[in-house]
Ligand binder design. Structure first.
Ligand SMILES: NC(=O)C1=CN([C@@H]2O[C@H](COP(=O)(O)OP(=O)(O)OC[C@H]3O[C@@H](n4cnc5c(N)ncnc54)[C@H](O)[C@@H]3O)[C@@H](O)[C@H]2O)C=CC1
Ligand SMILES: O=C([O-])CC(=O)C(=O)O
Length: 330
C-alpha cells in the first residue's frame, strides 16, 4: 500500500537556484508520488527570506492539489521540526580567494549544526539528501552529529553524475537512455569521481565492450562526466540548477518508491566497509532501493582499472574528512 499521508519536507537554501527548480516539481508530486500530499518547510538565511516568500507566492499560484502548506523559516530548529525529508541544498559557496580548507570549515560548521538539529527535532523516519557542496563530506559531518538517526538516512547527491554518465553513454552509442542501466558513480561528487560502465548494459551491449575503447573511456567519457559541472558553469555563467534539482527528485523518488527492476543507481551514503571503503566516509556506490531503504549492490567484480580510480576518489574523501576533523580540533 503506498503511503498517502502528508509528507513534511524541509528544503534548505529554498530561495536559491536549485531550490527554485525543485519546489514546483515536489509540489506537483514528482518526488513522492502523485497521491502523496506535501507540507513544505523552507529554510533560508535571513537575507533571503523575502525571496523565499516570493517563491512561496508562486507556489501558491500553482494551485497544486497536493500542496497542503508552505512555511518559511530563518531558524533551522523550527524548520526541521517534524521533518520527514530534509533536502539540504543551502551551503556556503566558495568565494573568490577562499581556500578549500576555509570552504570545508564553513560548511562543516553549518552541517554539524543541522545534523544536531535533525537529531533533536526531525521525525523519527527522517531521510536526508545533502546537495550543498562539498556534498559527501557535508553529509558525513551531518550524520556524525546525529547519533540517534541511523547513518543510512544521510545521503549525498551523486545522482546528477549518474544521470550525466547515462546521457554521455546514450550520446556515444545512439542508445535511448531508457535502455541504459547499471551505471555506477564511485567516490566523491568532484572531479575525482569515477563513472564505471564495466557492469553497465547499453541496449543489448555489455558496458565492458564499450569500455574496451580505453582511449575514449579515459580521454573522453570519464573526464566529460567528472567535469560536466564546470563545463555548465562556463557555458551558463551559473552552476547546474535544473539538472541538479531533477537529480535530487530522482534520488528521493527512488529511495521512497524503489528503483526499477534489476537496475541500480548511484547514491553517496555512509560506507559499511563494502568495497574496502573506510567506514564513516560518505562515498558514492551502486545501490538499489526497496521498502524505503537503500541497499548497496555488493559483490561486483572490480578490475584493476576501476580499483585505482575508486581508491583515488575515496582517498580524496578521506582527506576532506580528516581536514574537517583537524579543523574541529583546532
Ligand atoms: N551535489 C550536486 O550534484 C550539486 C551540488 N550543487 C551545490 O548545491 C548548492 C546550492 O546551489 P544553488 O542552489 O545553485 O546555489 P544558490 O546560491 O542559488 O542558492 C543557495 C541558497 O542557499 C542559501 N543558504 C546558504 N547557507 C544556508 C544555510 N546555512 N541555511 C539555509 N540556507 C542557506 C542561500 O541564501 C541561497 O539562497 C551549492 O553548494 C552547489 O555547489 C550544485 C549542483 C550540483
Ligand atoms: O560546483 C557546483 O556548484 C556545481 C556542481 O556541483 C555540479 O554541477 O556538479
Amino acid at each position: 500500500m503506498p503511503d498517502v499521508s502528508p509528507a513534511v519536507v524541509t528544503v534548505t537554501g529554498a530561495a536559491g537556484s536549485i531550490g527554485y527548480a525543485s519546489l514546483f516539481r515536489i509540489a506537483a508530486g514528482a518526488m513522492l508520488g502523485h497521491d502523496r500530499p506535501v507540507r513544505l518547510r523552507l529554510l533560508e538565511l535571513p537575507a533571503a527570506v523575502t525571496a523565499a516568500e516570493g517563491t512561496a507566492m508562486e507556489l501558491e499560484d500553482g494551485a497544486f492539489p497536493l500542496l497542503e502548506s508552505i512555511d518559511i523559516f530563518d531558524d533551522a530548529r523550527t524548520a526541521f521540526d517534524g521533518a520527514q525529508f530534509g533536502l539540504l541544498i543551502g551551503a556556503r559557496p566558495r568565494t573568490k580567494g577562499m581556500e578549500r580548507a576555509e570552504l570545508l570549515a564553513a560548511n562543516s560548521a553549518i552541517f554539524a549544526e543541522q545534523g544536531r538539529i535533525i537529531n533533536d527535532v526531525a521525525a523519527q523516519d527522517i531521510r536526508v539528501i545533502v546537495v550543498g557542496n562539498p556534498a559527501n563530506t557535508n553529509a558525513a559531518v551531518a550524520a556524525a552529529n546525529a547519533p540517534d538517526v541511523p547513518g543510512e538516512r544521510f545521503t549525498a547527491l551523486t545522482r546528477l553524475d549518474h544521470n550525466r554518465a547515462i546521457a554521455q553513454l546514450a550520446r556515444r552509442t545512439g542508445t535511448p537512455v531508457g535502455r541504459i542501466s547499471r551505471v555506477t558513480i564511485w567516490g566523491n561528487h568532484s572531479a575525482s569521481q569515477y563513472p564505471d560502465i564495466f557492469h553497465a548494459r547499453v541496449g543489448d551491449t555489455p558496458g565492458a565492450e564499450i569500455a574496451a575503447d580505453e582511449r575514449w573511456l579515459v580521454e573522453d567519457f570519464i573526464p566529460t562526466v567528472a567535469t560536466r559541472g564546470t563545463a555548465i558553469i562556463e557555458a551558463r555563467g551559473a552552476s547546474s540548477a535544473a539538472s541538479a534539482a531533477n537529480a535530487t527528485i530522482d534520488h528521493v523518488h527512488d529511495w521512497v518508491l524503489g528503483t526499477a527492476g534489476d537496475d541500480w543507481t548511484s547514491v553517496a551514503m555512509p560506507s559499511t566497509g563494502a568495497y574496502g571503503i573506510r567506514e564513516g566516509l560518505v562515498s558514492s556506490v551502486p545501490a538499489r532501493a526497496a521498502g524505503g531503504r537503500w541497499e548497496i549492490v555488493e559483490g561486483l567484480d572490480i578490475n584493476d582499472f576501476s580499483r585505482a580510480r575508486i581508491d583515488a576518489s575515496v582517498a580524496e574523501l578521506e582527506g576532506e574528512l580528516d581536514a574537517v576533523a583537524k579543523l574541529s580540533r583546532a
